[in-house]
Design a protein around this ligand. Structure first.
Ligand code: ZN
Length: 322
């Protein structure tokens, strides 16, 4: 609980070593980022770490078919379904994803207790009711909405700023009148067949800091005021970064920090509890990738301390890189 900002509250961070589950050599998913991020957060200080419990079968069944969960947990998903997942779906990987989903549920609890909390994983928004897709097996966001309901929260807004549309979340919560799905993503990117979120903000390839932040400011305050959620779940995917392999956006490090700082400020200014997840990020340079994810935590720590990161403190975004 060491804080570099004397007098400021620690940032509540959920993480477990089990977030990092070994994959076959050469697998393109950057699994090592979860351990690297934890190390960077420990070095930065100011965090209070919480270890999650795996989501229970009962929790997972709020959003997923029992037969699908059974196949995942026993490693018996068929080959075609595993290809769509992007993973060899072993029981160990299922356990890792259940832990990550439990982590997002724990983050909701901490957000409700303290106002702001972050899961150092999560945002598996391509997971559907009975199939996995795009490196997502279990939809932690949808499960966390149901967990919030058990804690007495009804109206939840999911603000998904990963570069890919949150199609699984949108479909899982399509009939839930008190869960509002907002996805700000690259229109010409995976998934090719988009779902209908309650609000889709599709931006073109090459979008840079200025246009991105302009879109964020044009939509989010209005949505918060109109929908008046009792909880916001924020997916802070860093695959919007210019160096991301799967993104096609052109955000800089400063743009990422300003996005996260702006979301945190907009939500906290309205006294709405905010639970953050890190979302997607794909770079072979694990240290650089973890540093990108760490910007969310820096923005959150700085918000608690009441001061922005000096190097990213400019009030206005820089010009577009594209
Ligand atoms: Zn993504």
């Amino acid at each position: 609980m060491d804080s570099p900002f004397p007098g400021s509250a620690p940032l509540h961070v959920v993480h477990a070593p089990g977030y990092d589950c070994p994959l076959p050599e050469g697998h393109p998913f950057p699994m090592a980022k979860f351990t690297a991020l934890r190390q960077q957060l420990e070095t930065a200080g100011g965090a209070c770490f919480h270890a999650p419990q795996p989501a229970t079968t009962r929790q997972l069944e709020t959003s997923h078919a029992a037969g699908y969960l059974q196949a995942l947990s026993t490693g018996t998903l068929d080959a075609k379904a595993q290809r769509r997942a992007g993973f060899l779906c072993t029981p160990a990987l299922f356990a890792r994803c259940a832990l990550e989903t439990g982590g997002t549920c724990r983050t909701v609890e901490l957000a409700l207790a303290h106002g702001l909390a972050c899961n150092a994983a999560g945002g598996t928004h391509h997971a559907h009711f009975d199939f996995a897709s795009g490196y997502c097996l279990l939809n932690d966001l949808a499960v966390a909405v149901h967990h919030a309901r058990e804690l007495g929260v009804r109206r939840v807004l999911i603000l998904d700023c990963d570069v890919h549309q949150g199609d699984g979340t949108a479909r899982l919560l399509a009939d839930d009148r008190d869960a509002f799905t907002v996805s700000m993503h690259c229109a010409q990117n995976f998934p090719s067949r988009k779902a209908d979120s309650d609000c889709d903000i599709g931006l073109p390839r090459g979008t840079g800091d200025a246009a991105y932040l302009q879109a964020l400011h044009a939509h989010v305050p209005h949505l918060l005021d109109r929908l008046q959620p009792e909880l916001v779940l924020y997916d802070a995917g860093v695959d919007v970064h210019r160096d991301d392999r799967l993104g096609h956006f052109m955000l800089s490090d400063a743009g990422l920090y300003r996005r996260d700082a702006a979301v945190i400020e907009m939500v906290r200014a309205r006294d709405i509890p905010l639970a953050c997840v890190i979302g997607g990020g794909y770079d072979r340079d694990i240290a650089a990738l973890a540093a990108r994810h760490a910007l969310l935590f820096a923005a959150a720590r700085d918000a608690l301390a009441g001061r922005p990161e000096p190097c990213f403190a400019a009030a206005q975004p820089a010009g577009d890189a594209a």
